[in-house]
Design a protein. Sequence first.
Length: 262
Amino acid sequence: MKKLLVFAVFGLFSLVTVAQNHGHGNGHGSGTGGYGGGARDSELVLRLWDDSNFTVVFDHSVYSAPTSVFRLDNVEPGVHRLIVKQSEYGRYGEVVNILYRGDIRIPDRTKVVAGINRNFNLEIVKEEYLGGSYSSGDNYGGYCDSHSGGGYYAKPPLDINDLKITLQNAGFESDRKMIAEQAVAMHSIITDDVFQIMLTFGFESSKLDFAKFAYPHCEDKQNYYRVNDAFSFSSSIRELNDYILGYGRRGGSYQYYDYKRH
């Protein structure tokens, strides 16, 4: 009788232990996305359209370190909750903007490459079956995931002369600015490209807005002071300088409200 009682107690303790281990995930690092125990076969790679920094909430796991490329492996296949955030620092401190809040479907044994576009929508760039490959949709922003190096191909250089012709044919300044922003987001640019584009704008405010927009994309930021020659007022130079200094303090994030205005 005593032996039966001992075995019963031991069995109950074992069941409680298994239940506790099954109910808690680690929620840290590159791992399970908030799930515990068991092998996970899928992966997620996420970025923004302008390659700026952001943070992620994936299901119940918070990834608070800003990054321009978010990678998560060992993800359980299925539908997950995804929140993408970006911080803006101004006169009144930090303001957290939610760029995307919604669901993302992760297939079984698949590497999903996704992006948040400039309209703040989620786009699935590519789904690569781990053991084979198939593509879903076009490459996002001129990027595709490299099979050999696991990185991203470089953006193609901007054909500034071709772009200037297109801008000159645009009837309205707002159209010119929209076209210029599209070109900059999709290509590799240098300071001289930004300067020449700014000269196509008639309004000082358009020049300033575009200079802010283009700065995160510029390859030679050390030469960016040269765009000041395109301004007519010193106040514009001071405002751009404040933006650039703030960009550095934010660790490379951009001023979110600039994008929402355009």
